[in-house]
Design a protein. Structure first.
Lengths: 204, 130
């Protein structure tokens, strides 16, 4: 004889009610984080970084020793970080979003690995005396960081990364003397152009 | 002993009072949803639509579909329900030659989401305190 009742087990593991409600809240938060494009990429900060990169390219081109040349660009890297970090934090704060939650965290986590690789390669190439490759390597890896981080950002950000990568690729296969010009074009021109666009269209 | 029994009855009574509200959370598919829990946005996809629109000025049909990882039909049905409740508005236009459907959250929808969030937080508090 067939059973008329449901076949499921009468003893189901109960789910705590607060856990269920917390699941709903977590779902809402995660959906909001995924839906909100990370707009804390600083547009005006990018413009400022571009201007300092142009100055650095000019200063670097006048250095006579590789060590001094590298020092100029390393100082510029620190200056760029000093501009970008507070600019991003200020913009995120203005937009009422936490810099290191959701899309912001994804951006930082995707952005960081190529930058770390760039640091290691700089150290290695300096020690073997292949400084001529550095402009191409830096532009390629910074561009990669922007592309990967920009996957969670407004669409223009990965486009900027792609432009930097193209310049980096070109720098690897052109005379070493053009290195500073490529750096000026990438870290200067591209950042100023895209920074201005981001500032105008994505909240500063 | 009598004291213990009274305390037990009080706990049972409190539990019953919360019962209908908790039931909707335990099993959203069942009909026993209290009046104060907004059944309309309690459903998974609809809650996703409202949450996503709460942090964007507007989202297109395709953006919502990708975000919520759902199908055209499913999204369409749930968005229509939210539209009928005046929680969201839908605008149809053309992007070049391609039709574009955009959704926007309106004040009633935003208030509904806030009420829902408050409700969930209250449930968590009530359960943990009880």
């Amino acid at each position: 004889m067939a059973t008329s009742g449901p076949l499921r087990s009468p003893q189901r593991e109960p789910i705590p009610i607060d856990a269920r409600a917390a699941d709903h809240l977590r779902y809402i938060r995660e959906t909001m984080e995924s839906a909100a494009e990370f707009t804390a990429v600083p547009g005006w900060g990018g413009v400022a970084m571009g201007v300092t990169a142009l100055l650095a390219a000019f200063a670097a081109s006048r250095q006579v020793t590789p060590r001094a040349w590298l020092a100029v660009w390393l100082i510029e890297a620190f200056v760029a970080v000093a501009i970008a970090a507070p600019a991003a934090a200020t913009k995120a704060h203005r937009a009422n979003s936490a810099l290191f939650s959701g899309p912001g965290r994804k951006f930082v986590l995707s952005f960081a690995p190529p930058i770390v690789v760039g640091g290691l390669l700089t150290f290695a190439l300096y020690h073997v005396g292949v400084l001529a490759a550095l402009p191409g390597v830096w532009l390629l890896l910074y561009g990669t960081a922007i592309v990967t981080g920009g996957a969670f950002s407004v669409r223009i950000v990965p486009v900027m990364g792609l432009c930097l990568m193209l310049l980096g690729g070109a720098a690897l296969f052109t005379p070493a003397a053009w290195g500073d010009a490529f750096m000026a074009a990438g870290f200067g021109g591209v950042q100023i152009g895209f920074g201005w666009w981001i500032a105008r269209h994505h909240g500063g | 002993m009598a004291k213990s029994s009274t305390a037990h009855q009080e706990r049972v009574q409190r539990s019953r009072e919360r019962g209908s509200s908790l039931e909707a959370i335990r099993n959203p598919a069942r009909e026993a949803v209290p009046a104060d829990l907004d059944r309309l946005i309690h459903e998974h996809i609809r809650l996703g639509i409202v949450s996503a629109l709460a942090v964007n000025r507007s989202l297109t049909f395709n953006e919502l579909k990708a975000l919520l990882k759902t199908t055209d039909g499913n999204l369409s049905v749930h968005a229509r329900k939210l539209e009928e409740a005046n929680y969201i508005v839908c605008t149809k236009s053309f992007d070049g030659r391609l039709p574009k459907t955009e959704y926007r959250l309106v004040a009633a929808g935003r208030r509904a989401l806030e009420r829902y969030l408050n409700h969930m937080e209250a449930l968590i508090r009530a359960t943990r305190e009880g």
